[in-house]
Design a protein around this ligand. Sequence first.
Ligand SMILES: Nc1ncnc2c1ncn2[C@@H]1O[C@H](COP(=O)(O)OP(=O)(O)OP(=O)(O)O)[C@@H](O)[C@H]1O
Length: 678
Amino acid sequence: MDIIAPVLHNVRGIGEKKSDALATLGIVTVQDLLFHFPFRYDDLSEKNLAELLDGEKTTLKGIVATEAVVSFYGKRNRLLFRMMVGDAVIAVTFFNQHYLKNRVQVGEEIAVYGKWDANKQTILGMKLLSSGGDEKEFSPIYHVNKSVKQNELVKFIKSAIDTGYLSVLPENLPLYLREKYRLIDRSSAVRAMHFPENEKEHTGAKRRLKFEEFFYFQMRIQALRFQEKVMSQGQSVMYDEKCVRNFIEHLPFELTNAQRRVTSEILNDMKSTSHMLRLLQGDVGSGKTVIAAIAMLAAATNNKQSALMVPTEILATQHLESLKSLLSEQKEVKIALLTGSTKAKERREILNELASGEIDIVVGTHALIQEGVDFHDLGLVITDEQHRFGVNQRKILREKGNNPDILFMTATPIPRTLAITAFGEMDVSIIDEMPAGRIPILTKWIKHEQLETVLQWLNTEIVKGHQIYVISPLIEESEVMDLKNATDLAEELQSFFADTARVALLHGRMKNEEKDDIMRRFKEREMDILVSTTVIEVGVNVPNATVMMIMDADRFGLAQLHQLRGRVGRGDLKSYCILVANPKSEDGKKRMKIMTETNNGFVLSEKDLELRGSGEVFGTKQSGLPNFLVADMVADFNILEVAREEASRVWQVENWWEKPQYKLLADDWANGRTQAFD
Ligand SMILES: Nc1ncnc2c1ncn2[C@@H]1O[C@H](COP(=O)(O)OP(=O)(O)OP(=O)(O)O)[C@@H](O)[C@H]1O
């Protein structure tokens, strides 16, 4: 018996057809099946009638007092009878389950699970249970789809357990850890996730599995640090301090205290022989680019090359321009741009100059990590919006140099404690202060009905020579619809403003050159209004733009709204963010309200975590963090901390992977699952 055997033919009742259906839920092997945990449970335990609250779900046991009567109306039907619960007589109704009639016999004991209606003294039946009580108190509810039903899944999981598969599920936590934290064994935990005997057992199962997930996650993440240590020392960049100081003194603005602090943290790292692996967090518009410029200039003064990798071509172009203007006085520093749309001839030249060391700073997209891009002496790698790049891609770029220093920049504000723990392998610097002179952005939430009034008002901004972004609604999974929406919107706006404003359109399906061209024209004030799908989400910097209007804003998450809002208020002009939304859900209303209440990315990110949970906020794709099955980085923060300490202790054991107690941990390693969060 093998736990990773396919479910097909190995679990009773699963043939070709069911196996295909299960695959749509991501279930292929017996292990997948056993680790497909319920997302909630119905608590079928019996509660005391006298203490029941209105709307509460419960199981009630009693004696059937009257015969069940079924009434049909249209396609629907209702079954009604009375039952004695202790001394009380209550009504029981089931909707559209008339076939239960035969199971309801006057004078017999039955048990009904349902929702209590206190006014009508009625239980609205959801399940008719056998009175013998062989049902568990907790009934698991799984994520299923059209092709796999709840009860089927329960049957398959039961069958796999009855066949004995749990006995071949290996225990993957060392005994000393299980003893220390009183964690139940893995097989019992998995069984209790599906069919817990009681609440206590269920809690124990979750605790064990959460620890396991966090511990493995931390082992992987800390490996990066470890590999760095053994991979030789980092480089010591002996930069020209005078030159760097001079540069900072002659910037067009004075650095904020926070910028000064992170600058010295970064420069210290670069100077020291230990290797820099640092995460720089700063809210949108807090001034991260200039920090990157300082670090790259410092490297250049020591004849080391730097690479700045960003997720989109628009951003690459923009960063190139910012750097060129910031470093315009540094005649000897040569800066280049390398993206997917760099022409072949130019690309060849750039590659040559990178290899010879002539280029000091290169800004680019994924094109930077392609084969054939070789550096003379790469000393510093900076990635912007780190969550958009996988661990592997970052690794490739790192390997293009002799273990260069690494700086990740992100505007996704993660609460500090969480960042330190989750990105355990990195040092964290935070810019927690905005440049002086910024006027807070005023955020207004309006309904669609008020749009016309707002458009009139926009005119006053246009007359002042200010520019406006309008974000068209996001239609999930349909780029075509997005495009249509954006196009229609641009046309409508153009006809509304007629001669007073020039409207441009930017969308994800455009060629990069086209996008660049439109951005350039917007920047140069040839256009007044830029209608866009969310392609401008990150990093765009046009200080003359003062209004960000987001259509159907409730379709966006808080983090994204904040990013979009951060596109305005980047200079010293009073700026506005207009959220146009008629949200249907409570959640949507809450998000709109929070946006109007705070401009602080960290506060928002905490709220976002509260509203959506960390699974959504740090989904695999966005953050480079794994999707945990059971654990939650915020709710289970304490367990995460403990797991981090324990993982770090293991890493301190010399050649831990050779010790028998870590056998499975080492296998996990060897199987290449170490890159699971890529
Ligand atoms: N200390 C400062 N004083 C005044 N203006 C500053 C300061 N630092 C940066 N700026 C300006 O603020 C604007 C935003 O800076 P920058 O583009 O570096 O922000 P960012 O942190 O990269 O933001 P985002 O995450 O939104 O891209 C730029 O126009 C920049 O010139």
